[in-house]
Design a protein around this ligand. Structure first.
Ligand code: GTP
Ligand code: MG
Length: 247
C-alpha cells in the first residue's frame, strides 16, 4: 500500500515531549494502521456499490451508476481539520471526531437512482447509518445538491471485526457537473466571491436541477413503454414468446 507523504511530517505532532524515537515509531505504525483500516472500509463500500450496480443493471437493463470515485484524506489535511476545530491530533480524536477520512462518491444516471441505491445500501444488515443529509430535497443556499450519508461499515481483520466510518456522496451526473465546477471556482477559497457570481452559480444549479427532472421524466416514459410491452428490444420479446409457449 502506498504511504502518505505527509505522514512523516505529522509524526512530530504525535511525539511525546521527550521525543523518544521508539515511541515515535510505534505511533507512526499505529497511524499507518488506522489509515489502512479506513482504506479497507472505503474498498468495502466501493464493492457494495459495484455489486448493486451489477444487480440493478441486470434488472433494469441499464447502469444506475456511471462512476465511483474514492479518496482517503491525507494525514496533513486530517491534522489541519482537527486544528481548525481546536481538537487534538491523536488516533482516538481522528476516529471520534472525523467522519470523512474515507470518502466515496457515487455518480448516478438519474435522481431516482440516487434514492434507489441509498435505500438498497441501507437495507444491508452489516451497515449502520450515522448521519443522512439530503441536499437534493433541501439544497444548500448556494444551490449545491447531493445526498450525503455517513455510515459505519465493518472490516474483517485477522482476529477482529472493526467498524469504520465512511462518508458517501451520491449525486447525478448533472449534480456532479455543477459541484465539480463550483468547487474549482469557489469552494473553500479565501477571497470574497462577488454576489453576482454567486447568483449566476445558483441559476446554473437550478438549470442542472431542471435538467435532472426532465431526464427523469424521459426515463419514466421509456420505462412505461417497456412495461407496457411497446418497443421492447427483439431478444427480450423472443424470450417472452418462448416462455409463453411453455405453458
Ligand atoms: P466539511 O467539514 O467541510 O466536510 O463539511 P460538513 O461536515 O458540514 O459536511 P457537508 O455534508 O456539508 O459537506 C461535506 C462535503 O460535501 C464537502 O467536503 C464537499 O465535498 C461537499 N460539499 C458540501 N458543500 C458543497 C458545496 O457547496 N460545493 C461543493 N462543490 N461541494 C460541497
Ligand atoms: Mg469533508
Amino acid at each position: 500500500m502506498p504511504q502518505d507523504d505527509s505522514l512523516s511530517q505529522s509524526i512530530h505532532d504525535l511525539l511525546p515531549e521527550t521525543g523518544d524515537r521508539k515511541v515515535a515509531l510505534e505511533r507512526m505504525q499505529e497511524l499507518n494502521k488506522l489509515m489502512s483500516y479506513y482504506r479497507c472500509a472505503m474498498m468495502e463500500v466501493v464493492t457494495k456499490f459495484n455489486v448493486l450496480n451489477e444487480q440493478f443493471s441486470l434488472q433494469f437493463d441499464r447502469n444506475p451508476i456511471t462512476g465511483i470515485k474514492s479518496r482517503l484524506k491525507t494525514v496533513r489535511s486530517i491534522q489541519d481539520k482537527l486544528e481548525r476545530r481546536g481538537l487534538p491530533f491523536s488516533l482516538e480524536s481522528i476516529e471520534e471526531n472525523l467522519n470523512d477520512v474515507a470518502g466515496v462518491r457515487v455518480i448516478c444516471s438519474f435522481t431516482e437512482d440516487v434514492h434507489m441505491l441509498s435505500e438498497a445500501l441501507m437495507q444491508q444488515d452489516d451497515i449502520q447509518l450515522i448521519e443522512r443529509k439530503d441536499y437534493i430535497l433541501n439544497p444548500k443556499p448556494n444551490g449545491y445538491r447531493s445526498l450525503h450519508l455517513i455510515v459505519s461499515v465493518p472490516i474483517f481483520l485477522a482476529h477482529e471485526k472493526k467498524f469504520m466510518r465512511v462518508e458517501i456522496q451520491l449525486r447525478t451526473l448533472a449534480m456532479d457537473f455543477w459541484a465539480t465546477l463550483e468547487h474549482q471556482l469557489r469552494y473553500k477559497k479565501d477571497f470574497d466571491f462577488a454576489e453576482s457570481m454567486g447568483r449566476e452559480l445558483y441559476t446554473c444549479a437550478q438549470l442542472s436541477a431542471e435538467l435532472d427532472e426532465r431526464m427523469d421524466g424521459l426515463r419514466e416514459l421509456v420505462q412505461k413503454q417497456i412495461d407496457g410491452g411497446l418497443d421492447v428490444p427483439e431478444p427480450r420479446r423472443r424470450w417472452v414468446d418462448q416462455s409463453h409457449n411453455l405453458r
